[in-house]
Design a protein around this ligand. Structure first.
Ligand code: NDP
Ligand code: MG
Length: 385
């Protein structure tokens, strides 16, 4: 039985997902007690949130020069892996893992040990540590609730399965900010162009990933782990309206879809309130306003990162870790204005070809391989500035 008021930890509280989750917590104070808030280095933002939500514990990776008097009532944790360490003694029932990148893997790992439910936004944790994370979730008998909108949609559709086998999962993709650009325009797209996402407002890293369509590749790997589907049975369709959030196809050809506005508070609220649906305050979706829904096949020639994700998933072993690590490094360089947009896809391609295949048996293997991929990417990109 779900307790009436749940103690929730928000890891990555200052980010796009974190702040939207806190909007929901703010709306339902009787449902959520926020016991832990963490961030990387946005100290002032976190202080504000701590003043408002009064958690038991808060954490920052980068220790600030000074902690204001009025936020000293809670325990503070600083430095490496501070989010995971804070979570350990927060007493949270649920942890929303919304740190960006592989930096969030340790949090997911810790959350599976000490919380009943893990609300997973941090897709890179599953891409890099998928088998280990899923095995731990099973072993610890934890509920893993997807927050990514596509996976939330599939999770919701699967609840109507009633024991029937699934033929395939169909992930929808907006196509990102460069969806209708030519190959030449894509090659030289500026940071500003790339961050102008047509339908979703998100953090910078994932917005770049949408523009390369590598995000959809991460989501294919995420779906493979969450729902136990092979690469062959996970399809992607470009759906510019972002109204159908994803679909499940059954053996009789019937397709169930979940529809909604392109508002992440929908899937975040669904995971937070699960199994109850909590209205998050958004306007209802008007299908007559939307008018028509369109779907098309992804264009591999302009967006090669999606098929690289399938390749990494099929190759297994450390390939998904290399895929992710090279991308994180390349996106950082692009956002820093040091390399052209087109280098991201070339860097990921080179890393998949150039980093030797190794088995992944532990979390340490994941982190070691991530470092190897980043070192490879830095060297590759260093020669191309
Ligand atoms: P943001 O960049 O907006 O926020 C990231 C958050 O993580 C910030 O609070 C940041 O703190 C914190 N953070 C970053 N690194 C660390 C670290 N090493 N230790 C502790 N905290 C850290 O990202 P998003 O909210 O957009 O995305 C979060 C995750 O959710 C990603 O994995 C993304 O793929 C996934 N996701 C996001 C969606 C969205 O709509 N935004 C949709 C679906 C999935 P600080 O502010 O100090 O830097
Ligand atoms: Mg998504």
């Amino acid at each position: 039985m779900i307790a009436l008021q749940r103690k929730i930890a928000i890891l990555g509280a200052t980010g796009s997902i974190g702040t939207q989750a806190l909007d929901i917590a703010r709306r339902y104070p009787e449902r959520f007690e926020v016991v832990c808030l963490t961030a990387h280095s946005s100290a002032d933002k976190l202080f504000e949130l701590v003043r408002e939500f009064r958690p038991r514990v808060a954490a920052l990776e980068t220790e600030p020069a000074w902690i204001p008097e009025d936020v000293r009532f809670c325990e503070w944790v600083f430095g490496r892996d501070s989010s995971a360490r804070a979570l350990e003694f927060s007493g949270a029932d649920d942890a929303l893992c919304a740190v960006v990148g592989i930096a969030g893997l340790r949090n997911v790992w810790t959350a599976l040990a000490c919380c009943e439910r893990v609300l997973l936004a941090n897709k890179e944790a599953l891409v890099t540590g998928g088998e280990l994370v899923m095995a731990r979730a099973r072993e610890m008998r934890r509920t893993l609730l997807p927050v990514d909108s596509e996976h939330s949609a599939i999770f919701q559709c699967l609840r109507a399965r009633e024991g029937n086998p699934v033929r395939r999962l169909v992930l929808t993709a907006s196509g990102g900010a460069l969806r209708d650009r030519t190959a030449k325009e894509i090659e030289n797209a500026s940071v500003e162009d790339v961050l102008r996402h047509p339908t979703w407002r998100m953090g910078a890293k994932i917005t770049v990933d949408c523009a390369t369509m590598l995000n959809k590749g991460l989501e294919v790997i995420e779906a493979h782990h969450l729902f136990g589907m092979d690469a062959e049975n996970i399809r992607v369709v470009v759906h510019p309206e972002s109204v159908v959030h994803s679909m499940v196809e059954f053996q009789d050809g019937a397709i169930l879809a979940q529809l909604g506005r392109a508002d992440m508070r929908g899937p975040i609220g669904y995971a937070m309130g699960f199994p109850e649906r909590l209205p998050y305050g958004g306007e209802p979706l008007s299908l007559t306003e939307v008018g028509s829904l369109t779907f098309r096949a992804p264009d591999d020639a302009r967006f090669p990162c999606l098929s690289m994700a399938y390749e990494a998933l099929r190759a297994g072993a450390n390939a998904p870790v290399v895929f992710n690590g090279a991308n994180e490094a390349a996106v950082g360089e692009f956002l820093g204005g040091r390399v052209r947009f087109g280098e991201i896809a070339r860097c990921v391609r080179a890393a998949l070809d150039g980093v030797a295949r190794r088995e992944i048996r532990s979390l340490d293997d994941v982190f070691a391989c991530d470092l190897e991929a980043r070192a490879f990417a830095r060297k590759f990109l260093g020669g191309r500035k």
